[in-house]
Ligand binder design. Structure first.
Ligand SMILES: NC(=O)c1ccc[n+]([C@@H]2O[C@H](COP(=O)([O-])OP(=O)(O)OC[C@H]3O[C@@H](n4cnc5c(N)ncnc54)[C@H](OP(=O)(O)O)[C@@H]3O)[C@@H](O)[C@H]2O)c1
Length: 306
């Protein structure tokens, strides 16, 4: 099968398309023919070994010392079940699924084998494969942080999303609207139309106004790009308010429940895939270059097979 191989940690050019063996599913695994996969900030971070402080050392221990132990990056995918191991009970060949391969990665390829019990679910019926792959990264991250902040137990919460136009930010705005929030989105002029189209009630352009000077008191301030500190939000939070950031030590946990939640919201028309660009697998380096720019709007996906 064709796969994007990460030959070393470094710039996007370290990614090379190669022919490798197709994975063979173990007894508790399913082999998935990948139709589409997301390229997100997490993939680019692993490829470039980009993280503050001593984290690059931790990443080398986790992912491989001189290059990724599993050289095929990519976690978030959509596809069709091709084959199932003998202990697989629910999924069957032909099922259309979406999800995450987790720390084993391997999604930037024509096939991946994952445990049936891993974070995969039937894909939204109304989503194309590109849309289904695009929903997973930002959608699961935003769901994790917003639920951690208790969004589902606050009546008509006042929510500020800092960095509303990335993968996590776009999902956070739409998921907050599902919970009947009044949403203030902080973004640049480049993203203002997108943020409005997602349902934001107020837009704060970070080039023109410092969100710390707002006179609203929020129930939740969620930094979806990891560019602020808790102390920045102190003056705009209610006494019971919560500040959360993707930029701290808290790593979003991924669950099947989150996928099923996202599937329902998509099929009900409450969230969108917010796809910025679609690349072919052969254009993987270009896709990483665009993600590295930290300017993408929503999601970048690879169309792998049709
Ligand atoms: N902790 C976790 O579990 C977890 C999980 C997922 C992601 N993350 C982290 O979350 C971060 C965001 O991920 P992502 O994939 O959503 O990012 P992304 O899609 O690459 O974000 C790009 C967007 O951020 C906006 N942006 C850039 N700088 C900004 C700033 N200073 N203020 C406001 N907006 C800004 C850009 O818009 P403009 O160019 O128009 O400003 C662009 O639309 C990454 O650092 C990622 O590693 C953490």
């Amino acid at each position: 099968m064709k796969a994007a191989i990460c030959t070393a940690y470094g710039p996007p050019e370290v990614l090379k398309i190669k022919e490798v063996d197709k994975p063979v599913p173990k007894d508790d695994e399913v082999l998935i023919k990948i139709m589409s996969a997301a390229v997100n900030s997490g993939d680019a971070r692993i490829r470039g070994l980009r993280a503050p402080g001593i984290l690059p050392l931790v990443m080398r221990i986790l992912f491989g010392f001189s290059k990724p132990r599993n050289p095929i990056l990519g976690l978030m995918f959509s596809g069709v079940v091709e084959e199932v191991g003998k202990n697989v009970t629910v999924l069957k060949p032909g099922d259309q699924v979406f999800g995450s391969s987790g720390s084993r990665m391997g999604a930037h390829a024509e096939f991946v084998a994952v445990k049936e019990k891993s974070v995969i679910a039937k894909k939204p019926e109304k989503a194309s494969f590109e849309e289904a792959a695009a929903l997973v990264f930002g959608g699961m991250t935003a769901t994790y942080f917003l639920k951690k902040a208790g969004i589902d137990s606050i009546q008509e919460p006042r929510v500020l999303i800092y960095g509303a136009t990335g993968s996590v930010g776009t999902a956070a705005v739409e998921i907050s609207k599902h919970f009947k929030a009044h949403v203030t989105s902080v973004c640049s002029e480049r993203g203002a139309d997108l943020a409005k189209s997602l349902g934001s009630d107020d837009i704060v352009l970070y080039t023109q106004q410092d969100f710390r000077t707002l006179d609203t008191q929020f129930d939740i301030v969620f930094d979806a790009v990891g560019k602020t500190k808790k102390k920045d939000a102190i003056g705009i939070l209610k006494s019971s308010g919560k500040y959360l950031t993707v930029g701290g030590m808290d790593v979003a946990k991924e669950t099947k429940d989150q996928l099923e939640f996202l599937r329902d919201l998509f099929d009900n028309g409450e969230i969108h895939a917010n796809i910025d660009k679609v690349y072919r697998l052969e254009e993987i380096a270009e896709a990483h270059r665009y993600v590295d720019s930290e300017r993408k709007k929503g999601n970048v996906v690879l169309k792998i097979q049709s």
